[in-house]
Design a protein around this ligand. Sequence first.
Ligand SMILES: Nc1nc2c(ncn2[C@@H]2O[C@H](COP(=O)(O)OP(=O)(O)OP(=O)(O)O)[C@@H](O)[C@H]2O)c(=O)[nH]1
Length: 786
Amino acid sequence: MRHLHIAHSEALDVSYPCVDELDDDALSDGGEEDFRLEQFDMAFAQARSILGSEENSGISDKQIKDTVWEFYFDVEKSIDWLLGGIEHETSLPSQQTLSALQRLSLTQRIQPNKPSLVSLAKVSQEAPSSTSKPIKSIASSQTVSTSKLSLLAQGKESKLLSSSSLQRLAKPSIMNTKTTSPVQSKLALKAMRVKETSITKSASLDDKLQALTTQESYSLPPTPDVLGLPSPFALTLSSSTLSPVVMPRAFSFPVSTFAFETPSPDDLVLQARQKTALTALKQQKGANKVIPTPKKSTLNASPQILKATTSKATSSASTTINVTKTAPSVTISQEELDLAALNISAEPKLVTVDELPKASFAREALLQLARLEIQEQKPRINLVVIGHVDAGKSTLMGRLLYDLGKIDEKTRLNTVRASEKSGKGSFSWAWELDGTVEERQRGITMDIALQDLSTTHRNITILDAPGHRDFIPNMISGAFQADCALLVVDSSTGEFEAGFDKGGQTKEHLLLVRSLGVSQVIVAVNKLDLVDWKVDRYEKIVSDLRGFLTQAGFPSSRTNFVPVSAIGGTNLIATSNNPLSLRDWYNGPSLIDLLDQLETPPRSLELPLRIPISNVFKGQMGSASGLAVTGRVCSGIVQVGERLRILPGNETTTVRSIEQEGSVLCLPSELVPLASKFSAQVIIFDISLPITPGAPVEMFYHSRDVPATITRLLATLDRGSSTIVKNNPRVLLKHTSAKVEIAIRNTLGSSGFSIPVEPFRVNKELGRLVLRRGGETIAAGMILLA
Ligand SMILES: Nc1nc2c(ncn2[C@@H]2O[C@H](COP(=O)(O)OP(=O)(O)OP(=O)(O)O)[C@@H](O)[C@H]2O)c(=O)[nH]1
């Protein structure tokens, strides 16, 4: 999503260590130990996030720490080992056979060239560096991570394939595992060089150490998945990177155990330091306002704290929630590193934090306030602009925004010049919305563009959706946020038919938005200038569309048609300039009149808070090192100072500030249920192949999409009454209504992958879904039972 700001945005600030804030300087000599500690913390936090809580995974912090330590911060290997993926040919040492001090000493010796650099570099490589990636880009990178994780679980190597230009630009389908190679940062390249040297130098020592390995393995209890695995968003919020970090095996190397019989010179030095550290730590205690970390021992740093400063957000139209990540106020000294490495649990680790804001209003008072505000303000509506490719959607919106004074003359002049210079003069209006180089070069919209406009009685957020079939996933993400739709059709000869017939996007878009709950639609019959404003042409198009709209379930009372020419600005706002050839047969409302009459959807203020997170931005809005999340408040109300849960996962955060835009934020007392399998009622679209049990699909729900399988065909239903026509059908054909069972894929080891869903009858917005297969939208419907 290029234009990141959606109306009624909300902001949250988060504090925790951020890997991306480290640069080469942080890796210089003086910071080595601090860095090692941070790296350990980070690896531990990532492993913990991926495995889930101790309670649910059955894997203790200590086990993770020991493993992470032994695999030298290699999260992939550690998880592999903990989940039993590695054949345990190298087993972990017990505390009895190898002290932490000895291990520290060991790692210092066998890693003369700071292999920790490598791990960090891999983190930098994996983490998206952009601070304002489009929603779909970030979602795509999550998809890649997830896919890699599942491959890891199966013990396979992920294969990076190159993709065509179009596929790269489109949101990659989860069905394909195509991805682009990560761009290597300077730091990463440096680290790789260091690593290569390190591996060569330490090879012989590793061999020697291998011989000294002591055998001991943990036997893990089964890992029930009650809370579900954290989503990529939750991982981003709760760890220092934007995605779970899985380091390629090329960078993993066995660090075997080593039973020191006598203290080494390093041990002696470290023991001396330990004494000093303990004294210093005791003196420091009580100096500041401090919060001890939950565990007293070792290297446990998990300070994820969302801090709030202002205001509230209500269940409304599309809402942006900005989460800003601030630099951590954690000071880690050499002493602490030593203490941690020694596993001394006598003293808690001290972490200073800013004072947390407190929620200012009681819930009932807040509800009253929100109701009042809604009454007093112009209703806010989200309008998704849909239609076949090149119908003129962006041109229409660009022209409308200009005529409403939302685009100043200077900007307009620049856009005209730039488009003409590129030989794309006819796209100059579209360029006002299609802002990326790729979109401008190709002359098509690729991602949702957001713009706000105001009519006399409405505040409208426009979501300009791409029409090209390759970008339907992006279009769906816009449709999920919409209250109503503006369908643009090209009336020129042959073009309306191309978009309306099979293979065109007109019907597909209409069916999609309808199945996502949109029942109001305005149809702009565009490019009538190209057919000389012929009334016959207009009426033919209206008649064809009216029939289809009724069939698709759009009530005729909430369907309106308007003849326009986007490029000439005809009948968009004022009707006085309409050409005679139009005025001869049309004296109805202009487009803006129809927009001004759009019905406001009801807002579910009283329902539990639900904010599906649609995007995460780093270093955005408020704090240079911050993290912002955006999402629509589907129901409920949220205020500054409120503590929120991020599901799936086990993270709790506090809202720091509200600026007004897979994971869902909700109140800790009213959690969204998580499910990895559920039943759904779906309408099958005009599919080319019938659906059979076991069909792999991409499931879109709120702003996320996940790989899933239609595991069972439970029944076919009567389309009108929803009564059962046939139980356990063998296949589902096009245009049928059916009850199916859907299972979420992407399993990591034996654990299921759960997502936050609610049945449609409980929460309409969280209860809707769309299914796609091989680039084709095959069904849409609602979740029945989670
Ligand atoms: N003659 C004429 N041309 C138009 C009109 N509206 C748009 N166009 C042209 O149609 C072409 C496509 O316009 P866009 O606005 O990019 O179409 P779109 O629907 O946004 O395209 P995608 O977002 O890529 O699906 C451009 O060359 C426009 O100049 C119109 O009312 N009359």
